[in-house]
Design a protein around this ligand. Structure first.
Ligand SMILES: Nc1ncnc2c1ncn2[C@@H]1O[C@H](COP(=O)(O)OP(=O)(O)OP(=O)(O)O)[C@@H](O)[C@H]1O
Ligand SMILES: [Mg+2]
Length: 252
């Protein structure tokens, strides 16, 4: 008890390019275990950079980043990470793509396959286990990349725009579905998104970032009752929260 799932303290990150690019400044956040939190901000503000620090792929320039009380510096893999591009391997069938993260995390292939076989139905991929990625629709590819992330034996999930490439209707279906999966799963999710409705529909709290160099402008608690439906996005409570998010986005 007590440990936050994710804790950032005065995190700063500057890319060591020529000239150096100051990307994150004084970012602090604390995310409770089991909660669903979104990170919202304009393109290029540093959202993917922040997830890469949490994923242990970039070391902070200043401040600290912890998952479950452990520093992420040079510790890739403390959390399950779904990068912004789905990175399915075209030469592996769906099943072999699904089990990749689990295998890298040390789960024997047969055990990973067994665990995956229990999830295809929930992820809408039943019957497609032996398909090639190129034979799947855009939504199915993203669900497969998500399935791979969920199969990693980690309590914290970092999702970078998992529905970025989808049309509005499919996206709404997928949001509904993710809410469902998360509610049954009990793990912590940090979701990066551009989509204000998506962030409010899914989250317990939303962090709003400024343009680069990214800072946290505001943390907004979303106290709306669950489960939430697409139709709720027009309710008075939802609309009021939306106005707060837009005010925070425009304040800088
Ligand atoms: N490897 C790198 N070297 C130098 N600069 C980089 C590198 N990767 C990203 N950047 C720059 O860092 C800034 C933040 O990029 P990042 O990908 O974190 O933004 P983002 O908020 O995820 O944007 P988007 O919403 O478009 O995905 C951008 O200005 C980008 O050009
Ligand atoms: Mg990004």
């Amino acid at each position: 008890m007590g440990e936050a799932a994710i804790r950032l303290e005065s995190l700063g990150y500057t890319y060591p390019s020529e000239p150096p690019l100051e990307t994150l400044v004084d970012v602090s956040m604390e995310i409770e275990r089991g909660s669903f939190v979104s990170l919202l901000g304009p393109s290029g503000c540093g959202k993917s950079t922040l997830l890469q620090v949490l994923a242990g792929l970039l070391a902070p320039t200043s401040g600290t980043a912890e998952i479950e009380g452990e520093s992420t510096v040079e510790r890739p893999g403390l959390a399950a990470f779904m990068p912004q591009r789905d990175l399915l391997l075209p030469w592996r069938r769906a099943e072999a793509n699904a089990t990749l993260g689990a295998e890298i995390a040390g789960i024997p292939r047969e055990e990973a396959r067994r665990q995956a076989s229990e999830l295809y139905e929930r992820f809408g991929l039943e019957g497609f286990e032996h398909s090639w990625p190129s034979e799947l629709s855009g939504g199915m590819r993203q669900r497969l990349a998500l399935l791979r992330t969920f199969l990693m034996p980690r309590d914290t999930l970092l999702l970078d725009e998992p529905f970025g490439a989808l049309d509005a209707l499919t996206r709404r279906e997928m949001q509904q579905w993710l809410q469902d999966v998360w509610a049954r799963d009990g793990r912590t999710v940090l979701l990066v998104t551009h989509d204000v409705d998506e962030a409010l529909l899914l989250s317990d709290a939303v962090y709003v970032m400024s343009p680069r160099p990214g800072r946290i402008v505001e943390r907004i608690e979303v106290g709306l009752e669950r489960p939430r439906k697409s139709a709720d996005t027009t309710s008075a409570g939802f609309t009021a929260l939306k106005a707060r998010v837009f005010a925070a986005l425009e304040a800088v």
